[in-house]
Design a binder for this molecule. Structure first.
Ligand code: F6R
Length: 612
């Protein structure tokens, strides 16, 4: 979840490291730091909070040196204060680290009993002291790093620098990603290739259990036993352009507005609009193609918003392909000891492709001999590289921490997959396929139309601002969408929001309803609209303030003066989850803006969650 950078070169590296860290700020922004080495002396600057604070500090007090490491932090052990900011030092050793060292207590006790003094509450500091301990026994820097790595348990990526060697960084990976970049007389290390994009597109990814020595002219990779391993060099497609907000106030609203375009791009990858058919383009290992016809069940695993995209698709796969779906949040799935069917299909959904829990679920399914399929936004991510079938979303880089366009692109891929599965399994005939494809093709146009409702939704958002609680209700695919609405609102505005399947209301949550309770109901006119209306009546009868997101027919049928309505265009049923996502995103966005919270980087969150 933190971001790591290292550079060994022939020019001052501190400004380059800060530039690379800016591209990693999505991984955490609790504090940041840089350490460099010059004339045999390690020095560092660290600052609490966002990277701009570190930049200010470096302006007033620059760092010289042609070798350095940097870090942007999402706090796990220890508060987000300067003493806990990385790099951590122990004598002649500097360390930056991403992840969690599970046996840090045991190691800290050992090191403290040997006289090492700890100055932070982090687990990272044990690594610095451990390496320093081995150096004291006469080990070379590389030997000391190797011995230390062998003693660490947990999921981590790290970089170590030594005062005694101006041409060496040691990197290690066990879990979170690490990429080595190859330059001209300069080598780089980063948590992802995008961080290194301004310097190079020649990338070597470390695999789990790998560690590497990096100098300005070469790198060598080893396994934990110290044996050389070969890892192929790849050409990254990461953009060297720094993504900017254009004329939008926040990345989030920019990304909301990109949706008509990116949904269109994504659908075009999986739908042949000329032939009116689904053409599932699997970017994975073509030797082992995906065949929905042979399946008895589908298992879907993901976290957060990606999980909710999967949840929507459960309704689609079951309806259009008659394929039963088991869906789990990855943190539960990974430890539940789920019996997996012989040669089953396990689908993992992840914007970043690096989420630790999702990746652990994938490993479990790999061991159970499943066909692994991934829907990811970052094509070179670990989840993509570990899967047999890969279905990328074409959302482009998503910078706002709250997922918006990645979600609707995930839904777009899933809709195409569900219809494709229905065709392969013989539940969708040619005529229905043509109809569904034509309906999917209309999604970008409807998304565009709905964006025009922004001002109206903004006014409703002001009525939500400063409420203590908000309830979201929906049935069918609108139930997971209600959950997504509640998630967006709480993570952005810090208002407590909860979602219920509308029919569940009477089984308990209705006790919460009073005049203070806003209730957002997502209900396009469909077969079960009237059931949802009954639930809404129950809310209205108890004074609840209803915001209803529906279409013209729904608005006519509901006949409730007291409901405030976000009036959506009439649209085909299959695309409603994609298009109804937009008003719930805009509602959460404007509530948060009105309340003055940090929309793009809400408190306590990070974009890529590479710890459990
Ligand atoms: C919420 C949000 C998170 C992510 C979750 C999974 O707006 O963005 O809930 O969806 O952390 O992340 P990925 O998709 O990268 O696996």
């Amino acid at each position: 979840m933190c971001g790591i950078v290292g550079i060994v070169g022939s020019r001052p590296v501190a400004p380059l490291i800060v530039d690379a860290l800016k591209r990693l700020e999505y991984r955490g922004y609790d504090s940041a730091g840089v350490a460099t080495l010059e004339d045999g002396k390690l020095d560092r600057r660290r600052a609490e909070g966002k990277l701009v604070n570190l930049e200010e500090r470096l302006k007033g007090n620059p760092l010289a040196g042609n070798i350095g490491i940097g870090h942007t932090r999402w706090a796990t052990h220890g508060a987000p204060v300067e003493v806990n900011a990385h790099p951590h030092f122990s004598g002649n050793v500097a360390v930056v680290h991403n992840g969690i060292i599970e046996n840090f207590r045991e190691l800290r006790n050992e090191l403290q009993s040997e006289g090492f003094e700890f100055t932070s509450q982090t687990d990272t500091e044990v690594i610095a002291h451990l390496v320093a301990k081995y150096l004291k026994t006469g080990a070379t820097p590389v030997q000391a790093a190797h011995s230390s790595l062998k003693r660490l348990r947990g999921a981590f990526a790290l970089a170590i620098m030594f005062a005694s060697d101006e041409d060496l960084i040691v990197a290690g990976r066990n879990g979170p990603p690490l990429a080595i970049g190859h330059g001209e007389d300069e080598m780089y290390l980063g948590s992802d290739a995008v961080a290194l994009a301004p310097f190079t597109n020649k990338i070597t990814y470390l695999e789990d259990g790998d560690w590497a020595t990096i100098s300005k002219s070469e790198m060598q990779i080893f396994d934990l036993d110290g044996k050389h391993v070969d890892r192929a060099q790849q050409t990254s497609v990461g953009s060297a352009l720094m993504v900017d907000k254009g004329n939008h106030r926040h990345f989030m609203i920019k990304e909301i507005y990109e949706q008509p375009e990116v949904i269109g791009h994504t659908l075009a990858n999986y739908v042949d609009f000329n032939e009116d058919k689904i053409a599932l383009r699997d970017m994975g290992n073509q030797e082992n193609p995906l065949d929905f016809a042979k399946l008895d069940r589908l298992n879907i695993t993901a976290c957060g918003t990606a999980y909710l995209a999967g949840y929507v698709s459960k309704y689609w796969f079951e309806r259009y392909a008659r394929l039963p779906v088991d869906i789990d949040v990855a943190s539960e799935f990974r430890y539940r000891e789920v019996p997996m069917p012989q040669k089953g299909l396990s689908l993992f959904i992840s914007q970043s492709g690096e989420t630790a829990d999702t990746l652990a679920g994938l490993k479990y399914c790999e061991e159970a001999g499943q066909h692994l399929a991934a829907i990811v936004n970052v094509r070179e991510s670990t989840i993509a590289r570990s899967s047999h079938s890969v279905f990328p979303t074409l959302a482009g880089p998503e910078i706002g921490v709250a997922s918006t366009k990645a979600f609707t692109c995930q839904l777009s891929v899933l809709a195409a997959l569900a219809v494709g599965a229905g065709v392969q399994r013989g539940h969708i005939d040619r005529e229905t396929e043509i109809k569904l494809v034509s309906e999917l093709s209309e999604a970008p146009r409807y998304a565009n139309e709905v964006l025009k409702l922004e001002n109206e939704i903004k006014e409703l958002a002001h009525s939500l601002a400063n409420k203590e609680h908000v309830l979201y209700l929906g049935r069918d695919t609108n139930y997971p969408l209600a959950m997504e609405g509640a998630l967006k609102l709480k993570e952005l505005s810090y208002i407590h929001a909860e979602a219920y399947a509308a029919g569940e209301l009477k089984h308990g949550p209705i006790a919460l309803i009073d005049e203070q309770m806003p209730v957002v109901v997502i209900a396009p006119y469909d077969r079960i609209f009237e059931k949802t209306v009954s639930n809404m009546q129950e809310v209205a009868a108890r004074g609840g303030k209803i915001i209803l997101i529906t279409d013209k027919r729904g608005a006519e049928e509901v006949g409730m003066d007291e409901a405030q309505i976000i009036l959506m265009p009439d649209m085909p049923e299959i695309i409603t989850p994609i298009i109804y996502s937009l008003p719930i995103q805009i509602l959460a966005y404007h509530t948060a803006v009105h309340m003055g919270t940090d929309v793009d980087q809400p408190r306590n969150l990070a974009k890529s969650v590479t710890v459990e």
